[in-house]
Ligand binder design. Structure first.
Ligand code: FNR
Length: 179
């Protein structure tokens, strides 16, 4: 079971990255999560597609097409998800064959605040629904007070780890159902 992971922050010590690394660590048997790099994408500009899309975009879209599922961790910026993540989704959505179409997709938000980026979480769901992702519903996974939970680039808090592991179980189940 191949899952591609997007992190909506480019910061080296990003808490979103720490959540993703924790998810990778918690992946159940048979699930492989590959974190995709979105920091080297240019800002979306249709002119750049005139002679064919940039290689980095073609490769990203191909990874998404080839995946069984998608996992996204985003911070909340001004009550939405991050611009770098939107840029990546916009690029991939313009590639042939609606790469996200029908892909079981889990959304996790995080924030240093008390709501865990719940508004970013729902804003992201709105965008994902337009590009055809099969978004997993249910209570959103929103990691609050993330700066208090991360140690050495990982979430160590047991309750949060259990919550994240539950998301991965749900994703694995959705991938099995879609097969
Ligand atoms: C934020 N932050 C933030 N937090 C929140 O809960 N709600 C919000 O609306 C915002 N808005 C916001 C805007 C901008 C421009 C920045 C830079 C930050 C705080 C933010 O979620 C927090 O710093 C995250 O930890 C950033 O994610 P990474 O880089 O740690 O993954």
């Amino acid at each position: 079971m191949k899952i591609v992971g997007f992190v909506g922050s480019l910061r080296r010590a990003s808490f979103s990255g720490a959540v993703m690394d924790t998810l990778i660590e918690l992946a159940p048997d048979g699930m492989e999560i590959e974190r995709l790099s979105i920091g080297d994408l240019p800002l979306y500009n249709a002119d750049l597609k005139e002679d064919g899309s940039p290689r980095v975009v073609i490769d990203l879209a191909e990874k998404v097409r080839g995946a069984d599922g998608v996992l996204i961790v985003t911070p909340e910026y001004n009550r939405s998800f991050s611009g770098v993540l939107k840029n990546a989704l916009d690029w991939i959505s313009t590639e042939p064959g609606m790469p996200f179409s029908g892909k079981p997709t889990v959304v996790v938000s995080q924030s240093i605040g008390l709501r865990g980026g719940a508004l970013a979480n729902y804003h992201l769901r709105q965008v994902l629904s337009v590009i055809g992702a099969a978004i997993l519903t249910g209570p959103e996974a929103a990691v609050a007070s993330s700066s208090d939970l991360v140690t050495d680039g990982r979430i160590e808090d047991e309750r949060t780890r259990k919550r994240l592991a539950k998301e991965l179980e749900m994703l694995a189940e959705a991938v099995r159902r879609a097969a």
